[in-house]
Write a new protein. Structure first.
Length: 377
């Protein structure tokens, strides 16, 4: 078996953490007799530099990168951006445009963010440790519809829109969903719940929004189709509260784009560390896997970045693009073991971590590979 992976190291700590992902992929390939061919391409700030040096059209997503991504079996991205490219000139190409463009061009309409608490890192969470018992949820967010992709308009000089009835501005954003956009996301959530703990919580604001009422109808229809999966509706304001009061009640939490953006960041804080969170964006073609954190320019080049979110992105890729669940489980177990043994990168270390247990990026990657080999096969 052979798979082609389009690897996008990007900027900042991106290349450092991507190296660890590639070493792990080589070890997985060996253990499960699979050939992973990694094809490095440019995205973000490094792509802006390269296209501008070559005198080509300046782009954060050069055409060759998009072509390689389309042809690959999966895309593994690290992170983009940094102060070097924070050009305030209107119209300047920014690294993040590469991210939006690749998601749009690959038609990635669904984003997954698993939130699980690693036993050894319970104390890193801002929540009381007992509230984290049994927390293991999957957030499924619609990614290409709703408010962010509706029409945006600013009307200036409108009579009565200003303070005290004077002339002022009116700003309008529209939220629109088509039935098929809702259905494909909910269907995916129900299928995933069927393989997990069998509960779907669909989050909406149906007491106010028409899009939410459509969302709720489709949820009920889907619920009737999936025997053995329990479906419920929850208002978004209640959900925001429940995530901190009783996060263990959730299995699969599915919602539209804007609510998902906010709730997934809230939920990610349950784990206490940005360096631990991976995400997957799926569509009908090539899927994309990436850490939830940015390019951490403040620590780039120092060899101290935490590679775990990148490594857990590989875990998701194994699960969702290659159906290699046993290998994915071995990667997750390896991360759990290494943390349980007290190994920490600088962002995870606390006063209880002695100097001998503080690891740099490469050493953490090696420890995880060592533990992976014990679990694999
Ligand atoms: P960031 O996530 O890069 O960093 C926030 C803080 O977390 C920093 O102190 C950083 O050192 C630390 N951190 C992040 N990842 C870490 C890791 N793996 N190991 C150890 N520490 C880690 O967010 P930011 O500082 O707001 O943004 C920096 C740049 O990244 C900006 O240019 C931003 O636009 C970009 N960004 C990119 C993405 C992406 O590529 N998906 C996402 C968010 C931000």
């Amino acid at each position: 078996m052979s798979y082609k992976i389009c690897t996008l190291p990007g900027d900042g700590i991106g290349p450092e953490i991507m190296d660890e992902a590639k070493h792990l992929l080589a070890a997985i390939g060996e253990a499960y007799d699979v050939n992973f061919n990694c094809d490095d391409q440019l995205i973000g700030g490094c792509a802006i530099d390269a296209t501008s040096a070559a005198g080509a059209k300046v782009s954060a997503l050069p055409p060759e990168t998009l072509e390689a991504a389309r042809e690959a079996d999966a895309v593994l991205l690290a992170a983009v951006g940094g102060p070097r490219w924070d050009d305030p000139t209107p119209g300047a190409v920014r690294p993040e445009q590469g991210l939006l463009a690749i998601r749009k061009n690959l038609g990635l309409y669904l984003n997954l963010r698993p939130v699980r608490v690693f036993e050894a890192l319970r104390d890193a969470s801002p929540l009381r440790p007992e509230r984290l018992d049994d927390v293991d949820l999957l957030i499924v967010r619609e990614l290409t519809g709703g408010l962010y992709f509706g029409t945006h308009e600013r009307r200036q000089g409108v009579e009565g829109a200003g303070v005290g009835g004077s002339v002022g501005d009116v700003a309008i954003d529209t939220m629109e969903y088509r039935e098929y956009e809702v259905e494909r996301v909910l269907r995916w959530a129900y299928e995933a719940a069927g393989r997990r703990n069998g509960v779907v919580t669909s989050v909406d604001k149906a007491n106010v929004l028409e899009t939410s009422r459509l969302w709720r109808e489709v949820n009920h229809r889907m619920n009737a189709k999936f025997e053995g999966v329990e479906g419920e509706d929850m208002l978004v304001d209640n959900c925001a509260m429940q995530l901190v009061v009783n996060p263990a009640q959730f299995d699969v939490l599915v919602t539209e784009n804007t609510f998902g953006d906010i709730l997934s960041d809230e939920a990610s804080m349950l784990t206490g560390s940005l360096g631990m969170l991976a995400s997957a964006s799926l569509g009908d073609g090539t899927a994309l896997y990436e850490p939830s954190h940015g390019s951490a320019p403040d620590i780039a080049g120092k060899g101290i970045a935490n590679p775990i979110a990148q490594i857990l992105s590989v875990e998701l890729m194994l699960r969702y693009s290659f159906q290699m669940d046993a290998a994915a489980d071995a990667v997750a177990a390896a991360v759990e073991d290494v943390l349980a043994a007290g190994w920490r990168t600088h962002d995870l270390a606390d006063e209880a971590t002695d100097a001998a247990h503080r690891l740099g990026t490469a050493a953490m990657g090696d420890k995880i590979i060592e533990a992976f080999r014990l679990h694999a096969g």
